[in-house]
Write a protein that binds this ligand. Structure first.
Ligand code: G
Ligand code: G
Ligand code: NA
Ligand code: MN
Length: 253
């Protein structure tokens, strides 16, 4: 496959780049965290989104090298923002299933933290429910990661097939409410019920909550009563190159 060998070369030639999407307090005044999102700056095709090349990376095993690169680069960048800009917020990194389930993944994370100098509490790993199908192995890995001091977020929450008992046994710090529950929240009573139930459940389980995919003022206004909720979405910011994060948001954190 042409794209596969392109991707292999791209990785070697430093063509992967990270974009960064800030996550805000509900008023938009504070940046509470930043999510790293990988893109491929292809010499001819331009900016290729992860939905196009990550499936190829997963089929070919390139995902391990790409995943390691993303982790290291994310930690380096946040460490630099902390040292130069005084940021005291976490960087979130999305994991693929194969990456999470690789042998000694916790030791890999530990090594990246040592190498980059980022404190564990400033790294947040985003996993999805569908990655946790083998509950026993997953619990063990999550527990080791949690013992390191890194934070765990359950991404796209509500769209997978996990049972609620997972929430009981996994050391999870944050639920990210999937944007499919947000897109029609001002009109749809079922979405309203689901979102308020997730928020209340998270509070009782002492987990933090992020609402994803906020695109409009109406959606934000609807969520406004949830003071401690973290907000992510195009309404406040789309994913941006690092220099834009620096010029726009360093002061806000
Ligand atoms: O950024 P964008 O909307 O194009 O992301 C599309 C999908 O790719 C999302 O599900 C996102 O979680 C995933 N994604 C983005 N960056 C990474 C990454 O570094 N690793 C993994 N495993 N997934 C990522
Ligand atoms: O699966 P995950 O939640 O990691 O997906 C992250 C991706 O979602 C981001 O890379 C970004 O491109 C996309 N995204 C972020 N905010 C919004 C939004 O407000 N609306 C839509 N449609 N997509 C968003
Ligand atoms: Na994510
Ligand atoms: Mn998500």
């Amino acid at each position: 496959l042409a794209l596969e060998s392109d991707l292999r070369k791209g990785l070697a030639n430093d063509e992967l780049v990270l974009y960064y999407q800030p996550k805000f307090s509900i008023t938009g005044e504070k940046v509470l965290g930043i999510e790293a999102l990988v893109r491929w700056q292809h010499p001819e095709k331009g900016l290729v989104p992860p939905g196009v090349f990550l499936p190829i990376a997963e089929e070919t095993g390139l995902i391990f090298d790409i995943g390691s690169w993303v982790l290291k680069q994310s930690c380096l960048q946040m460490k630099q923002w902390q040292d130069d800009g005084g940021l005291q917020i976490p960087i979130s990194v999305n994991l693929s299933s194969q990456q999470f389930h690789q042998m000694n993944f916790d030791q890999h994370i530990h090594a990246v933290l040592i190498e980059t100098g980022l404190e564990a509490k400033f790294l947040e790993l985003e996993i999805t429910e569908s990655m946790m199908m083998d509950a026993k192995t997953s619990t063990r890995t999550l527990q080791k990661l949690s013992d390191l001091g890194v934070k765990i977020s359950l991404d796209d929450f509500g769209t997978g097939y996990s049972s609620l008992s997972y929430l009981k046994q996994f050391p999870i710090n944050r639920l990210k409410i999937d944007r499919s529950f947000i897109s029609d929240i001002t009109n749809n009573d079922h979405d309203k019920a689901i979102v308020s139930t997730i928020i209340s459940m998270a509070q009782h389980l002492k987990m933090d909550v992020t609402a994803e995919g906020i695109e409009t003022k109406d959606q934000l206004d609807y969520l406004m009563q949830n003071e401690s909720m973290e907000i992510q979405g195009f309404y406040f910011s789309k994913p941006l190159p690092s220099k834009d994060i620096e010029s726009l948001y360093m002061k806000k954190a």
